[in-house]
Design a protein around this ligand. Structure first.
Ligand code: NAD
Length: 332
């Protein structure tokens, strides 16, 4: 298979690319290498991928319509895994336009690339943030999710809606994966576990929002990649399902799955596990709830389990140990 992986220099894109290459697939990775966080991490990930013979990297912005169209035309991808996006809930509060360009225009250029080049399956990153302040636990993909509380979440929900229309109108099978707070080695420095580790090492107090009374379904990176890869095996492709001359087969599969640990953890418990993994105590600064934040996330993964026979299972203790081990060596 020939894959396009967008956001290949990013956290999840890097591990996904590595895994696909190890499985023997050919991967072209794109990324605009923006400076939303420390670019040396993105270069570090690309350096790790460089020895892989079946990987090529192209620096490209999703919003570059001509560039993306030309890439699709030249490369003739079988499948696309679209992970590039402007991530981060808090950043979206002050920088809304970055989300419009990368997440809305960017998603549209990828959908168009798939439409015009007969791509057989598009998998793209959605997010647990689409559930907003949903109070029904666990979060199920059958819940109505129409009240996003950040622009980031609104763009992710929009991606699902846009994908639905492309599946319906043009017969492109699309699968949206709602990831739940992903962490691990090579992770994102804008996320709490990474920031906390840096602050503890500098002897600075860590900010604990809403007195630590927040729950997150922290999900280890390997479990996310396993879900992405397994989905590749089971989703019917365009050739199996779409026939524009046959009304009963004129709508391609459109699916959305949660990928989360199915085990929400209190922020204070997570901090204790992190302290134990890095072997240092954190000084805490208690702060009010932040705008755009939600109280809890909790993934119902029964449909994922039913479809691919897998659900995430890495404990935060095990996952944070692996992160701490990587962090200790990083940059040395
Ligand atoms: P990341 O920021 O590490 O990776 C995204 C990559 O996309 C970055 O390398 C960035 O340079 C690139 N990018 C951003 N805008 C671009 C553009 N306009 N053109 C080309 N490249 C661009 O983030 P991640 O954690 O790896 O997230 C991957 C995907 O998963 C994103 O869509 C994100 O919204 C989603 N997601 C992540 C989490 C999480 O906890 N990490 C949770 C839910 C959803």
């Amino acid at each position: 298979m020939k894959y396009l992986v967008t956001g290949a220099a990013g956290f999840i894109g890097f591990f996904t690319t590595k895994r696909l290459c190890e499985m023997g697939h050919e991967v072209v990775g794109i990324d605009n290498l923006n400076d939303y966080y420390d670019v040396s991490l993105k270069h570090g990930r690309l350096n790790e991928l460089a020895p892989l013979k079946n990987f090529r990297f192209v620096e490209l912005d999703l919003a570059d319509r001509e560039g993306i169209a030309a890439l699709f035309q030249k490369e003739k991808f079988n499948r696309v895994i679209h992970l590039a996006a402007q991530a981060g809930v808090r950043y979206s509060i002050d920088n809304p336009m970055a989300y419009i360009d990368s997440n809305l225009v960017g998603h549209a250029t990828i959908l168009e690339g798939c439409r015009n080049n007969d791509v057989e399956h598009l998998v793209y990153a959605s997010s647990s943030s689409v559930y907003g302040m949903n109070t029904k636990m666990p979060f199920s993909t059958t819940d109505a999710v129409d009240h996003p509380v950040s622009l980031y979440a609104a763009t992710k929900k929009s991606n699902e809606l846009m994908s639905h229309t492309y599946s319906h109108l043009y017969g492109i099978p699309t699968t949206g994966l709602r990831f739940f707070t992903v962490y691990g080695p090579w992770g994102r420095p804008d996320m709490a576990y990474f920031k906390f580790t840096q602050m503890v090492n500098r002897g600075e107090p860590i900010p604990v929002f809403n007195e630590g009374k927040l729950k997150r379904d922290f999900t280890y990176i390997d479990d996310i990649v396993e879900g992405i890869v397994r989905i590749q095996d089971v989703i019917p492709t365009k050739s199996d399902h779409f026939d524009s001359t046959d009304p009963s087969r004129s709508s391609a599969p459109y699916r959305v799955y949660n990928i989360g640990n199915n085990q929400p953890v209190e922020l204070m418990t997570f901090i204790q596990a992190l302290e134990s993994a890095i072997g240092k105590q954190a000084e805490k600064q208690y702060l009010p709830m932040q705008p755009g934040d939600v109280y809890a996330t909790y993934a119902d993964v029964s449909d994922l389990m039913e479809t691919v026979g897998f659900k995430p299972s890495t404990s935060i203790e095990e996952g944070l140990q692996k992160f701490a081990q990587w962090y200790g060596n990083w940059g040395k």
